[in-house]
Ligand binder design. Structure first.
Ligand SMILES: Nc1nc2c(c(=O)[nH]1)N[C@H]1C(S)=C(S)[C@@H](COP(=O)(O)OP(=O)(O)OC[C@H]3O[C@@H](n4cnc5c(=O)[nH]c(N)nc54)[C@H](O)[C@@H]3O)O[C@H]1N2
Ligand SMILES: Nc1nc2c(c(=O)[nH]1)N[C@H]1C(S)=C(S)[C@@H](COP(=O)(O)OP(=O)(O)OC[C@H]3O[C@@H](n4cnc5c(=O)[nH]c(N)nc54)[C@H](O)[C@@H]3O)O[C@H]1N2
Ligand code: SF4
Ligand SMILES: [Mo]
Length: 595
């Protein structure tokens, strides 16, 4: 049996085993307790149900790999060129192309479409974004599922939540919200305020953990003063949470082992860093860091303390608002910016104008359709790699299961281009793999991420563990001023936007991959639109025709179009968060117009 791991962008990073004689029969590895032998249907779709790109193309004509690579090399002579990498495959070797960028005037992207704002907030408060291991989650008594759709995006965590008291904070009635003891169906983008109010009440009731705070976060009194600058009544009205809700939640949190399971949903905003800082501050007041069965779990920095041979310093562009039109040559690797980036009308228009758009990926998508040069990648069974995870502590070697004539690996692509560009070759593939694997901590036969701590922050905060927790002391929210960004708009639409647009993940797609979603907008009851009627969903940034479906569980100020629905990002704004250069998919309101 050959051991590998699921490459898809998912909390679970499952262990996978397969038999070389039946390479497509994949089984969940039982070596990792977390995978526990079970895989989900996405991996099957990844391999079997999505048509792969088999042949390279130049301007729509199939060519040999040699010809295609020659054409890429020629395009990369237009300097500087841009490398835009997505998260189609989370293997560490994907980043080997950074070495190509480094050696030939390539510009990289900075920031994130995913978790960058939250990460920035965590780093500001705790110094580093450490993983809360699932084993600690299992030891908790109370779990607050805060903007994470666990049954859909993180299904392998479910056994660890068994028998816990669950509170959910989510504007939607998610499957876990239905089973929870308490569900705060908060107004979207309200989490910063909620955390601040909870913190204030906690301290008013003298229920904060003074002993822990004195040792680890001594500026808690100043933080209390900061929370007092917010108006309780106005805020509760604004976020749609009652005083009773606050009381009930605080009661659940006191004197218990508590874990906050925070998802990406809470931080897809300009203020996303502040949201995580406020949630962390609440956790600090409760004394949840560095203790068994307690803590805040977000998408962890899986590369913490890893000396990554692919870390380079180059010029960068912000990933959420990448100005493609500045570049004559753009290489898109493992992503689908034409569909996954916000304000996709702008993105598409700019990508169309790029003289040499190179797409290096597994499947056809909206970006490959625009590309002048298309290079098929090898899939994860056909190459060597290493998988780290933002949801668990294991590092996994991804072994090659079989050889294939289709596509090229990221490592070979880099080497072939360096050769064509007359640059120094990079080291052998195994050098990189070994240098990463050798940094792992060990637990029997298993590898653990270098930054793993059984009980994170038990030694303290900061990189060395010698710092204090830092409370947020400053906040500024100018969401209403988004309207000032109207210069990005395509058409002059004068709109009094009314509904928050949420674009959560579904179990049908991993981001834009395996997409079979119908174009549906879910609307609350009480709008003058009937089930199945076609409507126009309109934001400041564009319009999308959708079929409307009434969802009685929605808040009356919220509509939903699932992530992966084609065209959804026509509606989302071309802005980056104030910290972390993160795409702000949640900073948008839409109108629903009858045809
Ligand atoms: N409205 C809205 N937009 C969002 C989000 C949202 O919640 N709402 N979520 C955002 C988030 S969290 C993320 S992470 C991004 C993801 O956005 P992207 O990073 O653009 O990822 P995908 O759209 O999934 O595209 C992945 C592509 O990678 C290619 N690929 C797969 N495996 C390999 C491989 O081994 N090698 C190479 N070279 N290519 C490969 C496939 O061809 C696939 O089409 O989307 C963001 N967009
Ligand atoms: N099946 C599946 N699994 C996936 C993915 C996928 O596409 N499909 N994508 C993977 C990726 S790239 C990522 S980043 C993770 C993301 O994993 P999650 O964070 O779990 O996913 P999201 O759907 O982005 O958001 C989670 C929840 O946040 C809620 N939410 C939205 N806005 C707010 C808000 O303002 N406040 C609060 N409290 N909640 C809010 C949404 O209603 C949703 O239920 O999932 C990964 N796993
Ligand atoms: S749950 Fe996530 S990591 Fe596991 S097989 Fe499915 S997509 Fe891959
Ligand atoms: Mo993501």
């Amino acid at each position: 049996m050959i051991q590998t791991a699921c490459p898809l962008d998912c909390f679970d990073a499952c262990s996978v085993v397969c038999d070389a004689s039946q390479p497509h029969k994949l089984v969940g590895g039982s070596n990792l307790p977390y995978t526990n032998g079970a895989l989900c249907a996405h991996l099957y779709k990844h391999l079997h149900e999505t048509d792969r790109i088999k042949k390279p193309r130049i301007n729509g004509k199939e060519v040999s790999m040699e010809e295609a690579l020659d054409a890429v090399a020629k395009a990369l002579e237009e300097k500087p060129w841009l490398l835009w990498r997505g998260s189609g495959n989370l293997g560490v070797m994907q980043k080997v192309t950074n070495l190509l960028a480094k050696s030939s005037d390539g510009v990289l992207t900075r920031g994130s479409l995913c978790d960058g704002a939250g990460d920035a907030g965590i780093v500001a408060s705790r110094g580093v974004n450490r993983l809360l291991p699932p084993e600690q989650i299992a030891k908790s008594e109370v779990v607050v599922v805060w903007g994470r759709n666990v049954t859909v995006t993180n299904s392998h965590i479910m056994p660890y939540l068994k028998d816990k008291e669950i509170a959910v904070i989510d504007p939607r009635v998610t499957p876990i919200a239905k089973k929870a003891k308490l569900h705060l169906q908060i107004r979207p983008r309200g989490d910063f305020y909620l955390a601040i109010i909870l913190a204030r009440f906690l301290m008013m009731e003298d229920a904060h953990d003074i002993e822990w705070l004195e040792r680890n976060a001594s500026e808690y009194e100043e933080f209390y003063e900061f929370t007092r600058t917010f108006r309780i009544k106005a805020i509760l009205e604004h976020i749609g949470v009652s005083l009773n809700d606050i009381g009930d939640l605080l009661l659940m949190l006191q004197k218990k082992r508590v874990v906050f399971l925070v998802g990406a949903g809470v931080q897809r905003h300009e203020i996303g860093d502040s949201t995580l800082r406020a949630i962390d501050a609440l956790a600090a007041l409760l004394g949840l860091f560095g203790k068994e069965g307690c803590g805040v779990s977000f998408l962890a920095n899986s590369q913490l303390e890893l000396e990554n041979p692919f870390s380079v310093t180059t010029k960068t562009e912000p990933i959420a608002t990448t100005p493609f039109s500045k570049y004559k040559s753009v290489l898109v690797q493992g992503g689908n910016p034409a569909e996954s980036m916000p304000c996709s009308l702008r993105v598409k228009e700019e990508l169309e104008g790029v003289e040499h758009l190179i797409y290096f990926g597994l499947y056809e998508n909206e970006t490959s359709k625009l590309a002048d040069i298309v290079i098929p990648a090898k899939n994860f069974l056909e190459k060597e790699d290493i998988r780290l995870s933002y949801g668990h502590q294991y590092m996994q070697k991804m072994n090659r299961v079989y050889e294939s004539n289709i596509g090229i690996s990221e490592y070979d692509f880099t080497q072939e281009l360096l050769k064509r560009l007359g640059a120094e070759p990079i080291k052998e593939e195994h050098y990189y793999i070994n240098s990463i694997l050798s940094q792992a901590k060990r637990e029997g036969d298993l590898y653990l991420a270098p930054g793993y701590q059984e009980i994170p922050y038990s030694n303290g905060f900061g990189e060395e563990g010698d710092e204090e927790f830092e409370f947020i002391d400053d906040f500024y929210d100018d969401f209403e001023n988004i309207k000032a960004l109207r210069s990005f708009r395509r058409k002059v639409v004068k709109s009094e936007s009314e509904f928050w647009l949420l674009t959560p993940k579904t179990n049908k797609t991993i981001n834009t991959q395996f997409n079979t979603l119908e174009r549906v907008v879910y609307i609350p009851e009480g709008i003058d639109v009937s089930d199945g009627e076609d409507v126009i969903v309109k934001s400041l940034w564009g319009e999308l025709k959708c079929s409307a479906k009434v969802d009685k569980t929605l808040r009356d100020d919220t509509v939903v179009i699932y992530m992966g629905t084609k065209g959804v990002n026509i509606l989302t704004p071309p802005i980056s968060s104030s910290e972390g250069d993160m795409a702000c998919y949640g900073d948008v309101k839409v109108e629903i117009l009858k045809l």
